[in-house]
Write a protein that binds this ligand. Structure first.
Ligand code: P6P
Length: 336
């Protein structure tokens, strides 16, 4: 059960701990929460309101856009453009940055987001989510450019996700740990239900898309082979595997009961010249911030993800994150 602390009350109480906090940040977080409530409602209604299926267009990633990809992107823009907390936004669904329209004041933050991560799951009624990250806007707020966003993940002020699953949850970090909130549909409020979420250091559960096995680099293949060898193998224990194809759901499972999630770079990606599958600015960095704040680790296999210096808004990176003992093991294999 819970003591009824709403996410709004929690954020305001967190703000009081920050010297000189003006309430800007609190108000921005609440606008993000409102957007996630609207998206939750749309996702839950699904075909009842005709939002499933393909939009017949492609995003900057060259991926077919679902109707909900476009609709939820609009929800985020409309919910966050007017209040004067942001100078610009960037999204998986938009090629370029979205500067706050001139009729609105501009503020000191930048927002990146993936409005509906795992959207290929919407048509088959599997959990999807929203991922967001807040950065400070450096220099001139009047007309930020794409370069203003190219900050390493260590510069994030806050990050989190909404998970539209059997229940809708929001998980948030502002750099002081990780807290989870469950949407009470009857009152339309997110209630604190999972305070101080921490990832168990060890795990016997790994998540990877095994259909790419033939392309994996040797360190990843070694790690997975050892897990599959089970109790008779070098690990001396049996492992379990999961793959939901929805990063938000995988990360939430790991936050809840431990695990390791891997979308590594492979020979196919190298041949195409892409740095990985997942996007740094609005998937890997925000999820890495949450995972690290919950006591886990997040690496490309060769580098801490949050220390990667971005050189493109839609840059992709390899992702190996979760229980620290397992991530350390995989990173160690990359060093061998
Ligand atoms: P695959 C969803 O499109 C996503 O970006 C992540 O949420 C998910 O972990 C991954 O891609 C799934 O990729 O290749 O298994 O479809």
């Amino acid at each position: 059960m819970h003591n009824g602390t709403t996410i709004t009350q929690f954020i305001i109480e967190e703000q009081r701990k920050i010297e000189g906090a003006t309430g800007d940040f609190t108000s921005l977080l609440n606008d993000i929460v409102t957007a996630c409530k609207v998206i939750s409602n749309m996702v839950n209604k699904g075909e009842l309101i005709g939002v499933l299926g393909s939009a017949g267009s492609e995003n900057v990633q060259g991926e077919t856009q679902k109707k909900l990809d476009i609709i939820t992107n609009e929800v985020f823009l409309k919910s966050n453009e007017w209040a004067g907390h942001l100078s610009a936004m960037a999204s998986e669904e938009m090629d370029d940055i979205y500067e706050i329209p001139n009729q609105y004041p501009r503020g000191k933050y930048l927002l990146t987001f993936d409005p509906l991560d795992g959207s290929s799951n919407t048509d088959v009624n599997v959990s999807v989510g929203t991922i967001f990250s807040i950065l400070r806007c450096p220099g001139e707020r009047v007309c930020p450019n794409k370069d203003a966003f190219l900050q390493p993940g260590t510069q994030q002020v806050a990050a989190g996700y909404a998970l539209y699953g059997p229940s809708t949850m929001m998980v948030l970090t502002t750099g002081n740990g990780v807290n989870g909130f469950t949407l009470d549909q009857d009152i339309g409020e997110f209630i604190l239900t999972h305070p101080n979420m921490t990832i168990p250091q060890s795990t016997r559960e790994f998540a990877i898309n095994a259909s790419n096995m033939r392309f994996w680099e040797q360190p990843v293949k070694r790690y997975v082979d050892e897990c599959l060898a089970g109790a008779e193998g070098p690990r001396g224990e049996d492992f379990n595997m999961r793959w939901i194809a929805s990063m938000v759901a995988e990360v939430h499972r790991i936050l809840t009961r431990g695990g390791i999630f891997m979308y590594p770079i492979d020979e196919k990606m190298k041949a195409k010249g892409t740095g990985g599958k997942l996007r740094l600015m609005y998937e890997a960095n925000p999820m890495s911030f949450v995972v690290e704040q919950a006591g886990g680790m997040s690496s490309t296999g060769r580098q801490r993800i949050m220390e990667v210096q971005p050189d493109d808004l839609h840059q992709r990176v390899p992702v190996i994150l979760g229980s620290s003992e397992e991530v350390e093991r995989v990173v160690g294999y990359h060093c061998d």
